[in-house]
Every structure is written in C-alpha cells, then in structure tokens.
Design a protein around this ligand. Structure first.
Ligand SMILES: [Zn+2]
Length: 105
C-alpha cells in the first residue's frame, strides 16, 4: 500500500512528463508519421552500409521523401539539437528523442 499522497504525486509526475512530451512534439519538424518514415528508411541504409560519419544516408532518405529545402533544414536542425550530427547519431540519439516523445510512445 502506498502512503497517502503517493498516488497523487505519481499522477502529478505523469502529467508533468506528458506535458514535457507534448512540448517536444510541438517542435517536431515533420509530422510524427513522416518522422517514422524517415527513421525507418534511415535505419535500413545505416544497418546495411554503416555510418560514414556524414549525412549521406539521411540525405538520400530526405530526397526519396521529396522534402522541401525548408523541411530539410528544419529536420536537420532538429536532428542536431537532439544529438544527431551524422547518420548513426541520428539513428541513435535523435531517434531515441522521437521514440520517447511521440504520441504513440
Ligand atoms: Zn556516425
């Protein structure tokens, strides 16, 4: 049995976490669905060819998705802000940020 107040504290913590996740989602550069497409296509290239410590796989995926220049810029800035400066970092760090904050998580 939890102490009185404990479940209330848990509920507040949960609400706070959800609020943080909502704030993170508001900064997504593309829809959640499009980000999902980006990360899964990137992972296929990265796991098949490895990382060359540049953005060649990400840029290939971006091109295949037909993103505009401004969408591309916001996506890559967002990746940088979440620790993704090359394909493997995007597939690990930025993916994890998306994975932890997306609505479906
Ligand atoms: Zn890398």
């Amino acid at each position: 049995m939890g102490r009185p107040g404990e479940s209330e504290r848990k509920a507040k913590l949960k609400a706070w976490r959800e609020g943080e996740r909502q704030k993170a989602r508001a900064l997504y550069p593309l829809t959640e669905l499009r980000l999902g497409e980006f990360f899964s296509a990137l992972e296929v290239l990265r796991s098949g060819h490895g990382c060359f410590h540049d953005l060649r796989h990400s840029l290939r995926v971006i091109q295949a998705m037909g993103l505009t220049e401004s969408e591309t810029n916001s996506l890559l800035n967002w990746c940088n802000e979440h620790g993704g400066y090359c394909d493997c970092e995007i597939a690990a760090n930025t993916f994890m940020h998306w994975h932890e904050t997306r609505a479906g998580a």
